[in-house]
Design a protein around this ligand. Structure first.
Ligand code: ATP
Length: 709
């Protein structure tokens, strides 16, 4: 049996609770722990219809105020507690008030795909319409909407930016709500800047709503105020629009008790599993949501909880479910399925469930206090996944997943003192300061922004990241020599592909030079979803390893994945699931990769490549595919060192073959390799490895490698 950890009892007085919470100066809401919502709680428990539930949400009592503000201001910044009804209700209020009466759409953006799809699902249920008709969604590689009938559209910020490529003024929209703006993804920042530009041209017929539970509202207001929209909109016929305004929605539907550890825990994984077991044994019914940093942690926590539960009588009533970005949409949807009576659902999730997601039945949240964040090093050009403490803003969001459909409890696996200390920064470092900017720069250029230095960013990116992005795009052949302008035969097409430019370049080069699109589409489809298709069922490791050998090739992981996906695609559709089970392959992963590669084929066909061109295969000449992959990923080429590690040709830290790689157990490692991504856990590991010939580097990227030996 697990030892019970000691938590601080939540304080009983409101004032103590208010003091617990970071001040408003940080953009947080003080009343978060306020118990005054218990009155609302009683009423809410009696709610029997969706309509009644909607009326009880805090947003409802602010409806008139919100609509008035949106009528009178071009930009409205809405700050409201998690679960107060921003994401689901505001778009409906706008719809009901006639903002889409002229055939225009109300768009609501989300940083994450799962949130966009789930919100559309929920709002279509609330409105009693079929998903994809009046209410729809659009995210990368998946959508459900009808341009003729959809009036409320949930989409990722990135998808809306892509829509700008075809409709630069976003003329299909009357209102755009940028939800979860505190997330500060590159796409959110870029969208804010584009909207500011668009507002200058669409003075009276576009409104922008920016919403969050935890943002620095004044900063957003100042950014939009500098647009001076108000000064440009006074005519007799048109109303005088005010500049940006801030509106807060106070209160929440259900109370949430927050518990901290009294002493720090040594291992967040062990502590998370213990917390789950303790809740399960000592707390009344209610599902549990556990936040962990990454997929590996989730797999370990699932195994540990399973083992502990099996060793304890009467604990079979738990249902363990993983949730992370790498899972297919169908797998992600399982998280929302109702539980059979008497079962307790335990969801182990990365931060994909942190914002805008309501999982009905969640009463308990366990927050390990860590997140895995991507950080790009512009000197080495390597992306690392680094595990680090979350921000206080993230802690608010995580806690906000409890108390949405009933009162909740949050167990923070860190001390209150640590939370208040400098260890937890108020907000996450925005992506624009820590990720590769090549995708952003490519899109901005495709939108006609050629002066990247003078562009009115929400937050100017570090110059070294900007110059690295320009260097990368130039070396891929996307820029005209010596000019920051996209090449007409390559750069423009590259911007149209919904892919990282390195992967997009592999596809375009496969079509234009290497004539192996069949396999390149499979390789890029697999790399775009970022999941390993091989599965190891409990107790069947030896059989699974043996079977994997049927697909394994010494050329590395990517070609092994291609073999598996091509074999899957050649299997008749109705036999695919059975075939996958037989070969220890994940049918969901392969189905998703197949769907992505077919969609990418659609993009290429729209660009003018024939279907025959898309089916061209390299046959047994794998080197053609390897060379093609090298033409996009050349910056990730590395050579073997005497200690068994690898190092980039341009120098940098030691890189190791990941244990999941097909090249891991071999003693005779290839002298030169190239990887899709590097991830730092105990060591800096390479993933998605392909063996290469070093002479290809000077051939496919002469500007980058004048001589590689
Ligand atoms: N799928 C769902 N099942 C049941 N109730 C839901 C669902 N989605 C939303 N709700 C109800 O609607 C409320 C409002 O949700 P909404 O996502 O609009 O809040 P929010 O203010 O945007 O929260 P956040 O800031 O956390 O995104 C939830 O607290 C919950 O009571």
């Amino acid at each position: 049996m697990t030892a019970k950890r000691s938590y601080q009892e939540p304080a009983t007085t409101v004032s103590r609770r208010e003091n617990d919470f970071p001040s408003n100066d940080d953009g947080f809401i003080r009343s978060y722990y306020n118990r005054s919502s218990s009155v609302a709680n009683d009423t809410a428990n009696k709610a029997s219809t969706i309509e009644e539930q909607r009326r009880q949400l805090p947003a409802f009592s602010h409806k008139k105020q919100l609509l008035y503000a949106i009528e009178k201001h071009s930009v409205v910044i809405v700050v409201g507690e998690p679960g107060s009804g921003k994401s689901t209700q505001l778009p409906q209020y706008l719809y009901e008030a006639g903002w889409s009466a002229n055939g225009k759409t109300i768009g609501c953006t989300q940083p994450r795909r799962i949130a966009a799809a789930m919100l559309a699902q929920r709002v279509s249920e609330e409105m009693g319409v079929e998903l994809g008709t009046t209410v729809g969604y659009s995210v990368r590689f998946s959508d459900a909407f009808n341009p003729e009938t959809t009036r409320i559209k949930y989409l990722t910020d990135g998808t809306l930016i892509r829509e700008c490529l075809a409709d630069p003024l976003l003329s299909a929209y009357s209102v755009i709500m940028v939800d979860e703006a505190q997330d500060r993804s590159i796409a959110t920042d870029m969208l804010l800047a584009l909207l500011k530009k668009i507002l200058r041209k669409r003075k009276n017929d576009l409104r922008v709503v920016i919403s969050s539970a935890s943002l620095d509202a004044e900063r957003f207001r100042a950014y939009f105020d500098s647009n001076d929209v108000a000064a440009t909109t006074t005519t007799a016929e048109t109303p005088t629009l005010g500049s940006a305004t801030i509106l807060s929605i106070s209160g929440r539907l259900f109370p949430v008790d927050v518990h901290y550890l009294t002493t720090p825990c040594e291992n967040y994984l062990t502590a998370s599993v213990e917390a789950v077991m303790n809740i399960h044994m000592h707390e009344p019914a209610g599902d549990i949501l556990v936040f962990l940093p990454g997929k590996d942690d989730i797999a370990q926590a699932l195994a540990d909880t399973h083992e502990l539960a099996q060793n304890n009588d009467g604990l079979g009533s738990m249902m363990l479910v993983p949730l992370s970005a790498g899972l297919s949409q169908e797998e992600q949807r399982q998280v929302f399925d109702p539980m059979p009576a008497g079962k307790r659902k335990v969801v182990f999730s990365t931060n994909v469930a942190e914002t805008s997601v309501t999982i009905d039945g969640i009463v308990y949240v366990v927050d390990c206090g860590f997140v895995k964040q991507r950080v790009f090093d512009s000197v080495t050009g390597i992306d690392k996944l680094v595990t680090q403490p979350i921000s206080r803003s993230s802690a608010v969001q995580r806690a906000g997943r409890a108390g949405r459909t009933q009162p909740g409890k949050v167990y923070r696996l860190y001390t209150y003192e640590a939370f208040k200390s400098g260890l937890f920064s108020p907000h996450d470092v925005p992506e624009v300061c820590r990720l590769s900017l090549a995708p952003m720069v490519l899109t901005l250029m495709a939108l006609g922004v050629n002066n990247l230095v003078r562009f009115d960013y929400f937050q100017p990116p570090p110059p070294e990241l900007l110059s690295h992005a320009l260097e990368q795009l130039a070396s891929l052949g996307a820029l005209e020599p010596q000019r920051a302008v996209l090449t007409p035969d390559f750069g423009i097409y590259l911007a149209e592909l919904p892919l990282d430019p390195k992967l997009g370049a592999c596809l375009l080069n496969a079509a234009q030079k290497f004539h192996c699109l069949r396999e390149a589409l499979a390789a890029v489809g697999m790399l775009a979803i970022g999941s390993d298709p091989f599965v190891v069922p409990n107790g069947q490791r030896a059989e699974a390893e043996l079977d994997k050998r049927d697909f394994m090739v010494q050329e590395g992981d990517v070609l092994t994945f291609v073999n598996a996906l091509v074999a899957y695609q050649e299997t008749p559709a109705k036999l695919r699931s059975q075939w996958c089970r037989l070969h220890f392959l994940s049918s969901r992963t392969l189905e998703q990769a197949d769907r992505v590669s077919r969609q990418l084929e659609g993009y290429l066909i729209r660009m003018g490549y024939s279907r025959e061109r898309c089916r061209q295969s390299c046959g047994q000449d794998f080197s053609r595919l390897q060379k093609c992959l090298t033409s996009g990923l050349f910056a990730n080429a590395a050579k073997l060192e005497v200690d068994g590690s690898y190092r980039l040709f341009r120098g940098g830290p030691a890189l190791w073959v990941h244990p999941s790689s097909v090249l891991f157990p071999e003693t005779a490692k290839p002298k030169f390799v190239m990887f899709a991504e590097a991830m730092e856990t105990t060591k800096l590991y390479m993933r998605g490895i392909t063996a290469i010939d070093s002479t290809w580097l000077a051939e496919v990227a002469p500007h980058y490698y004048s001589e590689a030996k």
